[in-house]
Design a protein around this ligand. Structure first.
Ligand code: GAR
Length: 198
């Protein structure tokens, strides 16, 4: 898988860890960690772990042109899956088409209730008793793709935004790795059932 990020990279770290000693061990490996922000902390962290890294600055670029170039760059690594982990860009079809059906995203809310940025702020400001972390396939809409996994986070008593985020991220890190493991295992099962049927 290729992991894409724009900032801190805590989901990336959790996924790399899961490939080494968690639910993704033997199922997935990271072929590249990519960022549209060359100075993203997550990129530095990935390099320190020995992951292949690549960056292409998006600042000042037109969306389609940047996405075409980013997709071409990623295709050189031949990822089966493109895993968005805090990749803060709306993707155009120039990026989505080459990887159609193979791009995943994690969103810190139920995508039926909240789309786009600042989902933890939204939950905190509205004093929601819970939020639902969502892993979904990416299509051409904003957080509109089919949902693969969801898990509720209890936010009762979380009286700071930092506490809301802390509880949410703990769930994100486990849920993303498990959703990927389930997806890969399902794909493998479909492929092996096809093999034995002819
Ligand atoms: C995570 O909370 C992720 O769900 C969110 O950005 C954060 C990235 O943190 N993504 C979105 O809001 C996408 N709409 P990380 O860099 O520490 O993984």
């Amino acid at each position: 898988m290729a992991i894409l990020l724009s900032g801190r990279g805590s989901n990336m770290l959790a996924l790399v860890e899961a490939t080494k000693s968690g639910v993704l061990k033997g199922l997935a490996e990271v072929v590249v960690v990519f960022s549209n922000k060359p100075d993203a902390f997550g990129l530095e962290a990935a390099a320190a772990l020995g992951c292949p890294v690549a960056a292409l600055p998006s600042q000042g670029r037109k969306r389609e042109a940047f996405d075409t170039e980013a997709a071409q760059l990623l295709q050189q690594y031949q990822p089966d899956l493109v895993v968005l982990a805090g990749y803060m860009r709306i993707l155009s079809s120039a990026f989505i088409q080459p990887f159609a059906g193979r791009i995943l995203n994690i969103h810190p809310a139920d995508t039926h209730q909240h789309q786009g940025l600042h989902a933890y702020e939204w939950a905190f400001e509205n004093q929601l008793p819970e939020t639902k972390i969502t892993v979904h396939l990416v299509d051409e809409g904003l957080d509109t793709g089919p949902i693969l996994a969801q898990q509720a986070v209890d936010l009762r008593g979380a009286d700071t935004l930092a506490e809301v985020e802390r509880r949410g991220l703990a769930v994100e890190h486990a849920l993303y790795a498990q959703a990927l493991a389930d997806l890969i295992q399902n794909k493998q099962a479909v492929m092996s059932s096809k093999k034995t049927s002819c």
